[in-house]
Design a protein around this ligand. Structure first.
Ligand SMILES: [Zn+2]
Length: 258
């Protein structure tokens, strides 16, 4: 994969500060080192924002963010805006960092790529997952190890992981976007902008509020749940792991084959 603009800026920053990677470092320290004003406060419907002033820049993070990994990823994302978009904008508000992954290109995508490389440098990431079998638990272990959100760990895995996966993002009972690992293609059913499939794990959340506990996060589904099938299809085993964010009424479904 060609190195993208966001990742490049992150590598430059890591080099500039002379650190091997940011694992164990606080992103706040990097923000302060850039002479940015930092605050945490309640922000409705938004994880974070950045305001570029004439002399000083201010980054605000929503104090209601529940998970440390998600907070840290948001911090890194805002720092990414500072490094990359300093002279382009006056103000950026971040409502859905997950959605931004799907919008290939653009400032939000770049800021996510920056945060991804800053928190999970490609080389360290590849080393960490080497010879580890894919599972939801592995995604959670990646998030724990690199102190980042499970969502960002999942997108990183989709791009450079060893086991190919599909990702489906649903909000308010609607499929918004889907994406897949490089060179892994299945014909997705015609569901974009429609309700997720009735027999999907995502739909179990929207219909019945079901959120599976960790030990039950691997749910068996059919190929036909998310994909087109034909008479030549064998009975391959497919699985779905739904990452639910109740506050935003969203589900990120991870789908894979044995
Ligand atoms: Zn942003």
């Amino acid at each position: 994969m060609a190195i993208n603009k966001g990742a490049k800026a992150a590598q430059k920053l890591i080099e500039e500060f002379g650190i091997e990677n940011t694992n164990g470092y606080s992103i706040e320290d990097l923000i302060y080192a850039r002479d940015i004003i930092f605050e945490e406060k309640k922000i409705s419907n938004s994880d974070g924002r950045i305001v570029f002033g004439k002399t000083k820049t201010k980054i605000s993070i929503n104090s209601d963010i529940k998970f440390e990994g998600r907070r840290r990823f948001t911090l890194a994302h805002e720092l990414g805006h500072f490094e990359l978009h300093h002279n382009v904008n006056t103000h950026l508000e971040d409502n859905s960092l997950t959605l931004d992954y799907f919008k290939n290109g653009g400032q939000e995508y770049e800021a996510n790529q920056f945060a991804t490389e800053l928190l999970m440098p490609e080389v360290s990431f590849r080393n960490f997952i080497e010879r580890k079998k894919f599972s939801p638990e592995l995604l959670r272990n990646i998030a724990d190890h690199f102190q980042t959100s499970i969502t960002s760990a999942t997108f990183r895995y989709k791009d450079i992981g060893q086991h190919p996966i599909y990702l489906f993002y649903c909000r308010d009972r609607k499929v918004i976007y889907w994406d897949n690992s490089p060179n892994y293609y299945r014909r997705v059913r015609d569901i974009t902008k429609l309700a997720p499939p009735e027999d999907s794990v995502a739909m179990e959340f929207f219909n019945d509020g079901i959120i599976y506990t960790k030990d039950k996060s691997v749910q068996e589904i059919n190929k036909s749940t998310w994909f087109e099938t034909n008479e030549y299809d064998s009975n391959d085993e497919y699985f779905e792991y739904a990452i639910v964010t109740k506050d935003f009424n969203t589900v990120l479904s991870v789908v894979w084959e044995k």
